[in-house]
Design a protein around this ligand. Structure first.
Ligand SMILES: [Zn+2]
Length: 255
């Protein structure tokens, strides 16, 4: 299984428009972060988790020409606003499978009513196949994907376990019961916004505590704000098996 970090930035991305913060002005490509998303590939399957405003650029960067579906963690704009850009995939492949819970579909149907309508579609508007998921394993390709339920302040969000890899973003609270789904991981990805505490995201300390409790072989941090600091400085402070993810990083998971 191959994971590609398509984007590792928080909701505004890095650099932030108009910002003169040193991290936003950094020349290091590892300090440039599109909105969070990953590509998960195994056998002949290609899935994307979340579809934010940078989706088009991310598909071009990773040279993706076919997808088997998009799996949504939650409905916030930085995770969904690229949905219109499934058009090239739709023209080539037909209706695109989406995986989300009922509440997330409701939000998507409101925002992208023209995609979800079945009547009088404007020519060129894409169509999708809805796969409604809940907090139990669902089939994606030839794999059972396990949702991990958590809270983003008060909003329910899903993380996902694919075999020995798990991806949790926009989490602030995960119950002990849900954490049991994260035993024996090769790789865990969790959100870590910055050092200062935040109402709806793990800060660095909380992310490291969570990793220490879950004990994956390796862990990567994502959904990073410019307030976290320069990639190279932060990486030096992390435990040996924890890495600050960066855009276009690719990792292999042994199956
Ligand atoms: Zn987010």
């Amino acid at each position: 299984m191959t994971i590609t970090f398509l984007g590792t930035g928080t909701s505004q991305g890095i650099p932030i428009i108009g910002s003169e913060h040193p991290v936003c002005l950094s020349k290091n490509p590892k300090d440039k972060r599109l909105r969070v998303s990953i590509l998960v590939e195994w056998d002949d399957y290609t899935f994307v988790v979340d579809c934010g405003p940078d989706f088009r650029q991310q598909m071009l960067n990773a040279k993706v020409n076919r997808i088997d579906g998009i799996i949504f963690t939650h409905e916030h704009a930085d995770h969904t606003m690229g949905l219109d850009d499934i058009r090239p995939f739709f023209f080539r492949q037909g209706d695109i499978p989406l995986y989300a819970n009922k509440r997330v579909f409701k939000a998507l149907e409101k925002r992208f009513d023209y995609i979800f309508t079945s009547e009088k579609k404007y020519p060129g508007v894409p169509s999708v196949i809805k796969h409604e998921i809940s907090n139990s394993a669902f089939r994606a390709g030839n794999l059972d994907v396990l949702p991990i339920d958590g809270l983003h302040y008060k909003l329910q969000v899903f993380g996902f376990r694919f075999s020995d890899f798990a991806y949790l973003t926009d989490m602030k609270t995960v119950s002990k019961k849900e954490m049991k789904k994260l035993n024996n991981l090769e790789v865990l990805v969790v959100n870590a916004l910055r050092e200062e505490p935040h109402i709806s995201h793990f800060n660095l300390e909380e992310a490291l505590e969570f990793i220490a409790e879950v004990k994956p072989k390796r862990a990567y941090l994502t959904h990073i704000s410019h307030h976290m600091g320069f990639h190279d400085d932060v990486q030096q402070k992390l435990p040996k098996n924890v890495f600050l993810a960066y855009d276009n990083l690719q990792i292999k998971i042994q199956e």
